[in-house]
Design a protein around this ligand. Structure first.
Ligand SMILES: Nc1ncnc2c1ncn2[C@@H]1O[C@H](COP(=O)(O)OP(=O)(O)OP(=O)(O)O)[C@@H](O)[C@H]1O
Ligand SMILES: [Mg+2]
Length: 385
């Protein structure tokens, strides 16, 4: 008989799955799976902070993604998940308190992989081959989502079994039985094209360190960003440590001119390179906000002007690094910044200075255009990443 002094308040599996998969896009789910591979590679390379000057070489790591209208496969050679880690924490919904953090990782919440596979399809096979700390082996976690949902015991566990090894250490996730909306997106070339662009942009720092990402047979090359340096033109550069309790977040800000601002500002005209301009926010190496021209990065808030075409040509980059990923202004979807984060608010004051300098520059430039053009002819592009 049920305990008469308690009411049942446990979540149902189907409610839980609906909730966690609701507010994340399909693209961001795929990025979540890539984040995990990247974290695997980063850990094997020493798990250090990512700064623009580091020499980390990721050229021995590759991530392969296949997107078809009836299946999704992602595989990597980034070290894999050990059997013990799988049993104890990799599949729990949300990180357990006592689990140690991976220093300088992108992953922090303990939900990404589960949310992603549930969003993508109903038949999931997660395989891993590993050789870590003297422990080697291979396993498979097969998840039949419908069966798992219908099993209304209190047990939320998945089965795990030993398996034949993959070709190399790493993880391979295969998902079939796709819901119709997913199948429709996956069969749409525009979806794949857009995803390719997102990968080139958001993993630019990893791709530019040699990481290989292949999507449907094509290798992705990372975006490169250069700021103009020379003569009277030099980017702003600020570096500081932001203490949060006993821990610290390292912040590096670069901002400046990528290209001369437009001479004629007409709202109907598309500005060349417009998609690149704005602020970039990078958390432990992952670009979570790109080319932002909204209030989030300050434009149009607290007395800053709204972004408009006069400001084209500007790029600012903020790199947040911490061994404690939870201190970074990451949202759970890693698609934006947490604007309520104190670390981010403090950085925004510095970003404001950089934006203000640029606004002033574009204003004075209008007064003496020929002079400005002479000044702008001197600098050369210097690669930032
Ligand atoms: N491709 C992979 N290679 C190595 N380890 C992996 C891989 N995918 C998942 N893992 C392990 O599984 C764990 C759980 O992944 P999951 O994405 O659910 O959470 P997370 O990455 O810890 O946090 P977040 O919710 O922020 O992504 C990871 O912490 C990692 O240890
Ligand atoms: Mg993750």
């Amino acid at each position: 008989m049920a305990d008469q002094n308690k009411v049942d308040a446990n979540p149902t599996k189907s409610f839980f799955v609906r909730m966690i998969t609701r507010d994340i896009s399909l693209e961001d789910c795929i990025l979540d799976l890539i984040d995990n591979s990247v974290d695997g590679a980063w850990e094997l390379e020493g798990g250090q902070p990512m700064s623009l000057g580091d020499n980390v070489d990721l050229s021995s790591y590759a991530i392969n993604i296949q997107i078809e209208d009836d299946r999704f496969v992602i595989s990597d050679n980034c070290g894999g998940i050990t059997f013990n880690d799988a049993v104890e924490y990799a599949f729990t919904f949300g990180r357990k308190e006592q689990v140690h953090d991976e220093p300088y990782s992108i992953g922090v919440y303990g939900i990404g992989m589960k949310r992603a596979v549930f969003k993508i399809g109903k038949k999931i096979n997660i395989r891993s081959t590993y050789d870590k700390r003297g422990d080697e082996g291979s396993f498979i976690v097969p998840i039949e989502v419908q069966k798992w949902l219908e099993d209304d015991t209190k047990d939320w566990d998945f089965d795990i079994a030993e398996d034949k090894p993959l070709d190399h250490t790493g993880v391979e996730i295969t998902i079939t039985d796709l819901p119709e909306n997913v199948a429709t997106s996956f069969s749409n070339p525009a979806f794949v094209q857009n995803l390719r662009r997102m990968l080139a942009r958001d993993y630019a720092l990893h791709l530019n360190r040699g990481l290989a990402i292949n999507l449907n047979g094509e290798w992705i090359s990372g975006w490169q960003i250069s700021l103009q340096v020379g003569g009277d033109i030099s980017p702003m550069r600020v570096e500081y440590e932001d203490a949060v309790g006993d821990e610290v977040v390292n912040v590096e800000i670069f901002a400046g001119m990528v290209a001369s601002p437009p001479e004629d500002v007409s709202p109907s005209e598309d500005i060349r390179g417009e998609k690149q301009y704005g602020w970039y926010i990078v958390c432990n190496g992952r670009i979570v906000l790109a080319a932002d021209k909204t209030e989030l990065s300050g434009w149009g808030s607290d007395g800053w002007p709204y972004w408009h075409q006069q400001y084209a040509g500007f790029i600012g980059i903020v790199m947040f690094n911490s061994s404690k990923t939870e201190l970074l202004p990451l949202t759970t979807t890693k698609r934006s910044v947490d604007a309520s984060s104190e670390v981010f608010r403090r950085a925004r004051l510095r970003m404001r200075d950089a934006s203000r300098d640029w606004i002033n520059y574009t204003n004075t430039r209008k007064q003496s255009l020929s002079e400005a053009k002479k000044v702008e002819a001197i600098p050369k592009p210097q690669l930032i990443f």
